[in-house]
Ligand binder design. Structure first.
Ligand code: SF4
Ligand code: SF4
Length: 396
C-alpha cells in the first residue's frame, strides 16, 4: 500500500519535473515577414546554383534558393500570393543545405523554406491532414505498429557492454524512427562493441523532428524537440546516432531553442568506433566505396576505420558527397528528379566496381538502392556502416 503510494508520488514528481523542464525551452515561431531583411540580403550572385543538385538537373531558378528567395520576397512585399505553385518549388528541395554553405551572404535557406512551408500548409486542408498524421498520438502508434510488424530482435534499452578494461564511455544513443522499427542495428552494435566497455543509454526520445520541419509542421517540431532536449538534460560522454539526418536535426535545436547541444559531443557511431580504435578482420578480400550523406557533418571516421580493416580495399567514388536523391518526402513528391539524382550517384558507384557501398543514413540506403536498381547494378550491395562492420570475421 505504502509502496504503491510512494510510486505514484514518485511518478507525479517526475511528471512535474519533466513538464517544468519542457516549459523552460522557449520556442520563438517566426513569420515569413520576419525574414524580410534576410531575404533582401540575397545579391542574386548565383553561387547557390553551382551547389544545388536540383538546379543542376532542372536549370530552373525557382528550384534553387535564389529563385525561391525572389518569390518569397515578393510574398513579403504583398506582390505575390503564397500559392500552390510556389509551394511546389518549396518542395523541390532536398534540404541538403549545400546552397547555404556556398552563399556569400550566409542566408540560412532551410530556415526560410521551413517558415514559408509552415505559412502555406496551415492554410490548406492537406496541411491539416499532414499535421494530424504527424501528431504525437498517430505518429507514435505508426512506429509501434512498425515495431510489431518488423521487430524480431530484442532492442537495446539501457545496456552496458563489458569488454577489455579500456575507459568506459557513456553514450546517449538517439536511435531515430527507422531504427526503432528495425532494431537490427542493436544486434550489430552488440557484436561490434562486445569487446569494449561502453554504456549505451536509450531514453524515450521522440522523432528528431526532421519530417515535421520538412512539412513546415513547426508546432509538432517544437513538441518533439522539447521532449528530446529534456531527455538530454543528464550527464553522458557523447550523444550518438547512426542517421546523419537525425544528427543534423539535433544539432539544429539551438537555432530554435535556448539549449546547448554540443557539436563536439554529438557524433556518429563511426566516430565512436574510430575513437575506440577497434580492428576488423575479413577473411575474403572486399572492395568498398562510401557515400557521404548530405547531413553528415564529418566523415573522417570512415577512412580511419577502413585502415583498421584487413582485406578491405576502399575506392573513393567521384562526387562521394553528392546527394543520393532520396531526402524523405522529396522522393515522393518529385519522383522523376529523385530517380535522376540517384541514377547519377549509381553511375559513380559502378565506376568503382565495389562489392559494397557503405553509408550512415537509413534514408540514403533507400536512395542508393533506388539508383542501383535503375541502373541494373546487381553486383554492388548497399549496407549501413554498422551492418558492414558486424560482418567481420573477427573484431578486437
Ligand atoms: S537545400 Fe539543397 S536542394 Fe534545397 S535549394 Fe539548397 S542546395 Fe538546392
Ligand atoms: S548564393 Fe546566396 S546571395 Fe547568392 S544568389 Fe544564392 S542565395 Fe542569393
Amino acid at each position: 500500500m505504502f509502496s504503491e503510494k510512494f510510486n505514484n508520488f514518485g511518478y507525479l514528481l517526475k511528471f512535474v519535473y519533466k513538464n517544468f523542464v519542457l516549459s523552460c525551452y522557449h520556442f520563438v515561431m517566426k513569420t515569413l515577414k520576419d525574414y524580410e531583411k534576410e531575404l533582401s540580403k540575397c545579391s542574386k550572385c548565383g553561387q547557390c546554383q553551382v551547389a544545388c543538385p536540383v538546379y543542376k538537373l532542372t536549370k530552373n531558378d525557382c528550384t534553387v534558393s535564389r529563385g525561391k528567395f525572389i518569390m518569397l520576397h515578393g510574398v513579403t512585399q504583398g506582390e505575390l500570393k503564397l500559392s500552390k505553385n510556389i509551394n511546389k518549388y518549396l518542395d523541390m528541395c532536398l534540404k541538403c543545405g549545400k546552397c547555404s554553405d556556398f552563399c556569400p551572404a550566409g542566408i540560412d535557406a532551410l530556415e526560410i523554406i521551413t517558415c514559408a512551408k509552415h505559412e502555406y500548409m496551415k492554410t490548406t486542408i492537406w496541411g491539416k491532414f499532414i499535421n494530424f498524421v504527424q501528431s504525437k498520438l498517430v505518429f507514435s502508434n505508426i512506429i509501434k505498429i512498425g515495431k510489431l510488424l518488423f521487430s524480431h530482435s530484442v532492442p537495446l534499452n539501457k545496456e552496458i557492454i563489458h569488454g577489455k578494461n579500456d575507459t568506459r564511455l557513456s553514450v546517449m544513443y538517439f536511435k531515430g524512427c527507422v531504427n526503432q522499427v528495425l532494431p537490427d542495428t542493436d544486434k550489430y552494435l552488440k557484436k561490434i562493441f562486445e569487446k569494449s566497455d561502453i554504456e549505451i543509454i536509450t531514453p524515450d526520445f521522440d522523432c528528431c523532428g526532421l519530417p515535421f520541419l520538412s512539412e513546415g509542421n513547426l508546432e509538432r517540431f517544437e513538441q518533439s524537440a522539447k521532449t528530446n532536449i529534456a531527455n538530454l538534460n543528464t550527464s553522458y560522454d557523447y550523444l550518438v546516432t547512426d542517421c546523419a539526418s537525425c544528427e543534423s536535426t539535433l544539432l539544429s535545436y539551438p537555432k530554435y531553442f535556448d539549449c546547448d547541444i554540443k557539436q563536439e559531443k554529438t557524433l556518429n557511431w563511426g566516430d565512436i568506433i574510430a575513437l575506440k580504435d577497434l580492428k576488423f578482420e575479413f577473411e575474403k578480400p572486399i572492395k568498398v566505396t562510401f557515400h557521404k550523406p548530405c547531413h553528415l557533418k564529418n566523415d573522417s571516421f570512415f577512412e580511419k576505420i577502413i585502415q583498421n580493416c584487413t582485406n578491405v580495399e576502399y575506392i573513393k567514388m567521384d562526387d562521394y558527397d553528392q546527394c543520393c536523391g532520396f531526402a524523405g518526402s522529396f522522393a515522393l513528391k518529385n519522383r522523376q528528379l529523385s530517380k535522376e539524382i540517384s541514377k547519377n550517384k549509381a553511375l559513380n558507384i559502378r565506376n568503382t566496381d565495389a562489392d559494397y557501398v557503405i553509408t550512415s543514413c537509413p534514408a540514403c540506403i533507400l536512395g542508393l538502392k533506388q539508383g542501383l536498381f535503375l541502373t541494373g547494378n546487381k553486383k554492388t550491395k548497399v549496407l549501413s556502416l554498422l551492418e558492414f562492420l558486424s560482418f567481420a570475421d573477427r573484431i578486437y
